[in-house]
Design a protein around this ligand. Structure first.
Ligand code: PEP
Ligand code: MN
Length: 264
């Protein structure tokens, strides 16, 4: 298989317009769950940059459990996140949910995110695989490692886009956390595939004060980076506030992560 270590023994380094993922460094992608407006994404980009994040995250198309919940600002949001990232010299990662929006999302984003709910949307995987943009592939909510690798294969077989695996937790019987963060996926994916893997301790736990310890654990496990939700005012975030770090807790986490990265 094209994603396998046997096929390609060396690590694949994904070059996101100059920001390298998988080269032994630890790359942080930070930003709000949802883009809420220009002012909010600008302020969050400032925070993200201050902590050392190189890539700005934020959803303009949101896969919400309820159809009555905020669904995202769509193209307006994409414009705002691009503007904010450019203002702070950062790259952009944002999710695409619909094949019909791929060209639009690719116009504004440096990495295309495939959400957990679409890990096995095979038509979408094939289509994003044709863009040539790096694809951030979240693990499905009930995705096994084998299913996740096969999903990546749908992208790789198009031979245009590299894959960045994103461990974001899986559903188990446990309800004290939003998902069960499967840290063993990090060394396992590294053993089985040459593509980089990053962790998402925000969706992996769903609880803001568990995010920093799991981010540190991600470094220790050998992840190539992380994607983390931050917000200027988590209590009033339009989505995923309970798992979002504010400026103070985010900056503290980044200091701890930097120290660990240096020590490794
Ligand atoms: C997100 O990144 O905000 C998101 C919706 O994540 P996931 O697809 O992992 O649930
Ligand atoms: Mn979210």
């Amino acid at each position: 298989k094209l994603t396998s270590r046997e096929f390609h023994p060396q690590d694949t380094i994904v070059d996101v317009d100059g920001v390298k993922i998988g080269d032994g460094s630890f790359v942080t992608m930070a930003g709000p769950c949802s883009i809420e407006g220009l002012e909010q994404i600008m302020e969050t980009a400032r925070m993200a940059k201050a902590g050392g994040a190189k890539i700005l995250r934020g959803g303009a198309f949101k896969p919400r459990t309820s159809p009555y919940a905020f669904q995202g600002l769509a193209e307006e949001g994409l414009k705002y996140i691009r503007q904010a990232a450019d203002a702070y010299d950062m790259k952009v990662i944002t999710e695409v949910m619909d094949e019909g929006h791929i060209d639009m999302v690719a116009e504004y984003s440096d990495i295309i995110q495939i959400g957990a709910r679409n890990m096995q949307n095979f038509k979408l995987l094939s289509a994003v695989g044709k863009t040539g943009k790096p694809i951030g592939l979240k693990r499905g909510i009930s995705g096994t490692i084998d299913e996740w690798l096969n999903a990546a294969e749908y992208i790789a077989v198009e031979e245009k886009s590299p894959v960045i695996f994103i461990e974001r937790g899986i559903r188990t019987y446990e309800t004290a956390t939003r998902n069960t963060f499967d840290l063993s996926a990090v060394p396992l994916i590294k053993k089985l595939s040459h593509f980089p893997i990053i962790v998402d301790p925000s969706h992996g736990t769903g609880v803001w004060d568990l995010v920093t310890p799991m981010a540190r654990a991600g470094v220790a496990a050998g992840a190539d980076g992380m994607i983390v939700e931050i917000h200027p005012d988590p209590a009033n975030a339009w989505s995923d506030g309970p798992q979002s770090l504010n400026e103070k807790t985010y900056l503290k986490m980044m200091k701890e992560v930097d120290l660990l990265v240096e020590a490794m």
